[in-house]
Design a protein around this ligand. Structure first.
Ligand code: CA
Ligand code: CA
Length: 345
């Protein structure tokens, strides 16, 4: 074989091989995957106020009882609950040990005696050292009984997968005694800053924009309640931008301000949702208009210092009620999302 051709062939093989190893780098684009197991679960809204009952479940789908050199089984994990109060975003946290295939269901009001509503996140940790680990075996659900509105809603937790252990061909250098990859580790591509980085290296990135795919024009019989929050920033005031569309491709831009966690009806964002000016005959009878909207963090500023940040990360969900009052029907869902951006907390 011509030596030059041989070199070219070798180079091509090398590129191919490198390509295989470079595949995990593309996971920068990874987004949360609501119905798949992850290492961090975020419940956007727990509500333990009078008349509401929030039941949270975390299930460990790793059933491996193989014993590691540190005497823990591979399916043993510590889960760390962080309850964040919806008013001041102060934290209450506690841990729970889960055996292989274990499931843990709690009543938010009993499990967290300090807060009545807000959001919760759950992080997988090594049961021996309590370090955060790549343990994509946690799934979560929440059921809320709302006797005030007269309905029950359920949503899955938003699951973020950890990324150091994504490639079975390239074992991560920094592992626990139980054989799980550490997430906050420089050797594993992380930052070792004591924080969770949702940057496509430690954990899947946050979504850039959230989308309410459809809502009915708001009125006495249709009330949608949106939940929004920016994790990890108790003193951050977020100034998101809403793009609201009717069913005739007309767009309305609105901005809005909230502190750390917010829940409110769509008409608190803009009265446009009560008067969409779209096609009344598309749906019905009865004639009701529909619209949709996108939400982007846009910008935020810290109370006190006044320092501004671009595009703070946000997550959320929506509770929809129809009919009004206790005679109504209701449902809830997570939001759709688009694009990726980093978050850190
Ligand atoms: Ca980190
Ligand atoms: Ca954004």
């Amino acid at each position: 074989m011509n030596p030059r051709f041989k070199v070219a062939k070798l180079f091509a093989a090398l590129v191919l091989m490198l390509g295989t190893y470079l595949v995990p780098a593309m996971s920068v684009q990874a987004q949360p995957r609501e119905y798949e197991p992850g290492s961090v679960l975020i419940f956007p809204f727990f509500d333990a106020r009078p008349g509401k009952l929030s039941i949270l479940t975390v299930t460990n789908v790793n059933t491996s009882r193989r014993v590691s050199p540190n005497s823990f089984r591979q399916g043993d994990v510590q889960i760390h609950y962080y309850y964040i109060d919806g008013v001041d975003c102060l934290e209450f946290n506690r841990t729970q040990f889960l055996t292989p295939g274990d499931t843990h269901t709690v009543l938010a009001s009993q499990h967290n005696p300090e807060g009545s509503f807000g959001y919760v996140y759950v992080v997988a940790e090594d049961p021996e050292t309590e370090e955060r680990i790549d343990y994509d075996y946690l799934i979560g659900d929440e059921v809320v009984f709302d006797s005030k509105l007269g309905f029950v809603w359920q949503v899955p937790a938003i699951a973020f997968q950890a990324l150091p252990g994504q490639d079975p061909l390239v074992p991560c250098p920094d592992q626990t005694g139980g054989g799980h990859c550490l997430t906050d580790s420089v050797a594993n591509g992380g930052t070792a800053n004591g924080l969770m980085d949702f940057d496509g290296s430690e954990y899947a990135a946050f979504p850039d924009r959230l989308i309410v795919s459809s809502f009915f024009q708001q009125g006495p019989k249709t009330t949608d309640t949106l939940v929004l929050f920016s994790p990890g920033n108790p003193t951050l005031t977020v100034n998101p931008e809403f793009l609201i569309f009717n069913n005739r491709e007309e767009k309305f831009s609105r901005d809005f301000v909230f502190n750390c966690w917010w829940s409110g009806t769509l008409d608190q964002i803009s009265n446009v949702v009560k008067n969409l000016g779209g096609d009344r005959h598309e749906f019905g009878p009865p004639s009701v208009q529909t619209g949709w909207m996108t939400v982007d963090g846009a910008e935020g500023f810290f109370s006190g210092s006044g320092n501004r940040v671009n595009d703070p990360p946000i997550l959320g969900m929506i509770v929809k009620s129809f009919g009004g009052g206790t005679k109504g029907l209701g449902t809830a869902s997570l939001l759709h999302h688009l694009g990726t951006q980093p978050a850190q907390f």
